[in-house]
Design a protein around this ligand. Structure first.
Ligand code: ZN
Length: 456
C-alpha cells in the first residue's frame, strides 16, 4: 500500500523554471510527486501565498542561541572574536545535555519560523561539564537530534573534531576540554552519531575539522578518509590573527594551505573564508566547494567582509549560516550580506550579477543551491522527487502588497522580517502556520525555565 497523496495550492511559486502562477504541488510520503501550474484552486484546497523552497541554514552552533546578547558589554581592552569566545566558553560551562536540547529546540523553532527548513549543526560540545566522556559518545549529538526531531527541522549533523588550541599541534586549553578527541575516539563518535540520527527523516551526517588551528595535517588527512562522500565543513580565515598564525606556521595563508594540502571539492564547505586573497578567491571558486557566509554573526563579531562579488563573478558557490544565532532571520542575513558590500563600496545592488537581476532573489537562489550542496542534499528546489520543504509568504503582509515574482523576495529581504513568513512545511508536514511553529509554546516554556536556571 502506498501513502495517500495530498495537494497544496499556492497563488504563485518559485519553480526551477522560474516563477509560475496558480501552482499545485502534489505530495506523497513527504516528497513532491507532481507540480502543476496555471491550475484553478479546488474548492477544498486552502489558498496559500507565494511559495519558495525552504532555505538551508548551513552553519549553526545551536547552544549559542542561549547567550545571544550577553556579549555586548565592552571589556577592559579591545573586544574581538577572541574576547567573545571567552564569554562563550564561560556560558557553555553551565550546559549539560538537557540544557543543550532545550536551547537547540528553541533555536530550531525560530529557524523554521524564519524560513530555514534544514540546519547544518556544527557540533563540538561533546563531553560532560568536567570534560569527561559520556558512556555514549554521542550523548550530546543525540540531544541535537532530539531537538531536530521535536522541531521537525531537517538535520545535517556535523560532528566536530577538535584536538589543539593553535597551529602546529599546540595543546588544548582547559576551556576546550569538552571538545576533544583523538582520531579513534572521533571515529566512534561518528558511528554513534549515525545511530543517533537514524530515526530522523532525511538526516545526513558529515564531519568537521574545527579549523586549521585545531587539527594537525595528519589528523586532517585521517578525517577526510572518514568522511566518505559526506559533507566536510571547516571554519577558515575568519580572523586576521588566524591568517598571521597560519603564515608563521606554514608560510601560507589558511585557504591557500588548505587548497594545497587537502582534496577540497564540492563536498567541502569553507565557513567564513573572510580574509582571502584574489588568488584564493579564484582557487576556491574553481574547487567547487561552498563558502559558508554568516553575515549577521560576522558583523556581530567584527570579523570583516568577504570579497563576495568577486567570488560570485567567478562562479563561486555560497550559502548562508546563522552561526552564533545571535539573531535568527533569513531576511536579515541576506540584507546584511548585501549591505556590508554597499557600505564598503559605496554603490547599490552589488550582489546582483547582471543588469535587471534582483539582488534579494539572486541571493536567495544562490543560497538554495549552495546551502543544499553544503548540507549533502543538493539544491533546495520545488520539483518532482524533492522533499516537500516549502515556505509560503504572507500575501497580506504590507511589505508584499502589489509584488510579484522576484520582487516578493526582494521586498522580504530588504523590507521585511520573520513575520513575512506565513507557513512552512518540512518533508510535507506543516510545522509553521501563520508564522507560529506548532510546538512554539511548549518549547519556549522549557527554554525559559532552562535559561532562568542557568543564568541565575
Ligand atoms: Zn561557527
Amino acid at each position: 500500500m502506498t501513502d495517500p497523496t495530498t495537494t497544496l495550492w499556492f497563488e504563485s511559486a518559485l519553480l526551477e523554471t522560474g516563477w509560475a502562477r496558480q501552482v499545485r504541488l502534489v505530495l506523497r510520503s513527504g516528497a513532491i510527486v507532481g507540480v502543476e501550474h496555471d491550475v484553478a484552486r479546488a474548492a477544498d484546497e486552502p489558498a496559500n501565498g507565494p511559495a519558495v523552497p525552504g532555505l538551508p541554514n548551513l552553519h549553526s552552533h545551536a547552544f549559542q542561541r542561549g547567550m545571544a546578547g550577553l556579549a555586548e558589554v565592552r571589556g577592559p581592552s579591545g573586544d574581538s572574536f577572541w574576547t567573545w569566545r571567552e564569554v562563550m566558553y564561560r556560558f557553555l560551562e553551565r550546559l549539560g545535555p538537557d540544557e543543550v536540547e532545550a536551547i537547540a529546540a528553541q533555536a530550531y523553532v525560530e529557524m523554521l519560523e524564519a524560513g530555514f527548513t534544514r540546519v547544518g549543526e556544527f557540533h563540538y560540545l561533546h563531553h560532560d561539564r568536567d570534560g569527561a566522556a559520556f558512556s555514549d559518545p554521542a550523548e550530546m549529538a543525540a540531544r541535537i537530534a532530539a531537538a531536530a526531531g521535536e522541531s521537525g527541522i531537517g538535520l545535517t549533523l556535523l560532528p566536530v573534531f577538535y584536538a589543539h588550541s593553535g597551529f602546529g599541534g599546540a595543546a588544548a586549553t582547559p576551556g576546550q576540554a569538552r571538545f576533544l578527541h583523538d582520531i579513534d575516539g572521533f571515529a566512534r563518535l561518528l558511528e554513534a552519531s549515525r545511530k543517533a540520527v537514524a530515526s530522523l527523516p532525511h538526516a545526513v551526517v558529515g564531519l568537521a575539522p574545527h579549523s586549521l588551528r585545531a587539527v594537525t595535517p595528519p589528523q586532517l588527512t585521517a578525517l577526510v578518509g572518514l568522511a566518505g562522500e559526506g559533507p566536510i565543513h571547516i571554519h577558515i580565515a575568519e580572523q586576521t590573527q588566524e591568517i598571521q598564525d597560519c603564515q608563521a606556521w606554514s608560510g601560507a595563508r589558511p585557504v591557500e594551505w588548505l587548497l594545497a594540502n587537502a582534496p577540497v571539492d564540492p563536498r567541502w564547505c569553507l565557513v567564513h573564508a573572510t580574509h582571502v586573497s584574489p588568488d584564493e578567491i579564484s582557487d576556491m571558486a574553481l574547487s567547487g566547494a561552498v563558502v559558508g557566509l554568516c553575515p549577521i554573526t560576522e558583523a556581530n563579531l567584527g570579523d570583516g567582509l568577504f570579497l563576495a562579488p568577486e567570488f560570485q563573478q567567478q562562479g563561486g558557490r555560497f550559502g548562508i549560516g546563522s552561526d552564533s544565532n545571535v539573531l535568527i532571520d533569513v531576511a536579515e542575513e541576506l540584507r546584511t550580506l548585501e549591505y556590508g558590500q554597499r557600505l564598503a563600496r559605496r554603490t547599490r545592488n552589488v550582489m546582483a550579477a547582471e543588469p535587471g537581476d534582483s539582488t534579494g532573489a539572486g541571493l536567495y537562489r544562490a543560497a538554495l543551491a549552495g546551502g543544499g550542496q553544503a548540507l549533502g542534499v543538493g539544491a533546495s528546489r520545488l520539483a518532482v522527487g524533492e522533499p516537500a520543504d516549502i515556505v509560503s509568504l504572507d500575501r497580506d503582509h504590507p511589505v508584499l502588497v502589489g509584488r510579484q515574482g522576484d520582487a516578493l523576495i526582494d521586498s522580504w529581504a530588504f523590507a521585511g522580517r520573520r513575520d513575512v513568513v506565513d507557513n512552512v512545511w518540512r518533508a510535507g508536514v506543516r510545522l509553521v502556520s501563520g508564522g507560529r511553529h506548532r510546538a512554539r509554546d511548549a518549547i519556549a516554556a522549557r527554554y525559559r525555565r532552562t535559561l532562568a536556571r542557568i543564568l541565575a
